[in-house]
Design a protein around this ligand. Structure first.
Ligand code: LMR
Length: 311
């Protein structure tokens, strides 16, 4: 498998590249692309780690890095600063993501594309438009990474309820911004919650990104946990593509079973990408209320993607 990281020299890109170098199966190729001129140096640095993953660095034009890739992770773009929402990144990041997706369409039209760049809720439908225009959109092979919301929910389950592994796993539905992040804590069989606690921990997860942005005080947003989230997601997709069973993860994708065209829920990955959608079942009254409240917000984000002018 050939995996390419776009934005590999940045805050998320570097730890993600390190994690992929140490987690991808032996024999994989890992291409690191960034506009930063020191990107080949990031590859040289990582290459000193003795794993059977051949790593090359590219800067300037993404084409050479992307050629023949099986999976592309897009982490390029700006991060927010205190006081900003993810939506404030749209003007700058839309152009970056659209041009990288176009390059992917030209150089690896069948690759699975995982988008991390914010605002994910807008970037994924935007990427779908770019791929459609290029004549190679396959909804089974495009996803927005929402895994960090799952990691944050699992952390809450560990801290508050002592639950780890499958016991502490949480499905997170909706999208990856503010009220669109909806962890389904009612489905965690081994934990019980008061109504107040559910509301409180839901907010903890929803505000996880902002908490990090504020703690970094102007130096950016979550990079290390996001790199871990992206690596976990990529490894799940690759396991599915390699024919392994139980390759499941939540992600924001075109979703025919959802109330809006793009929606996050748990998915099963197989040889061709997204194989099926895991139904999230009946929601609690609180979750249903939250879902109803999120839909206009999520729809607005998807409408924004449709309104962006493509060059
Ligand atoms: C996060 O959830 O930490 C990321 O989406 C970064 C951000 O701006 O919040």
């Amino acid at each position: 498998m050939k995996v390419t990281v776009l934005g590999a020299a940045g805050g998320i890109g570097q730890p993600l590249s390190l994690l992929l170098k140490t987690n991808l199966p032996a024999g994989s190729e890992l291409n690191l692309f960034d506009v930063a001129p020191f990107t080949p140096g990031v590859a040289a640095d990582i290459n000193d780690i003795p794993t059977q993953v051949k790593t090359q660095g590219f800067c300037g034009d993404a084409a050479a890095a992307l050629k023949g890739s099986d999976l592309v992770v897009v982490v390029a773009g700006l991060a927010r600063k205190p006081g900003m929402t993810r939506a404030d990144l749209l003007a700058k990041n839309a152009g970056i993501v659209a041009s990288l997706i176009k390059a992917a369409a030209e150089n690896c039209p069948n690759a699975f594309i995982a988008v991390v760049t914010n605002p994910v809720n807008v970037m994924v439908p935007l990427a779908a438009r770019v791929l459609k225009e290029a004549g190679c959109y396959n909804p089974a092979r495009l996803a927005g990474v929402t895994m960090l919301d799952v990691l944050r929910s699992r952390r809450v389950m560990m801290d508050r309820k002592g639950l780890t592994g499958a016991d502490g796993d949480v499905t997170v539905i909706g999208g990856h911004s503010g009220v669109s992040i909806l962890p389904l804590f009612s489905k965690v069989a081994k934990a019980s919650f008061s109504d107040a606690e559910i509301a409180e921990i839901t907010d903890v997860v929803r505000n996880g990104g902002t908490t990090v942005v504020e703690a970094k005080a102007g130096a950016g947003s979550a990079t290390l946990s996001m790199a871990m989230a992206a690596c976990t997601f990529v490894m799940t997709v690759l396991r599915g593509m390699n024919g392994e069973k139980d390759a499941e993860a939540c992600a924001y994708v075109e979703n025919p079973s959802a109330p809006l065209p793009f929606f996050a829920q748990k998915l099963v990955f197989g040889k061709n990408g997204i194989e099926s959608f895991v139904p999230y079942g009946t929601l609690s009254a609180f979750e249903q209320e939250q879902l109803n409240a999120m839909l206009p917000v999520l729809k607005d984000e998807q409408d924004k993607a449709a309104a962006i002018e493509l060059n």
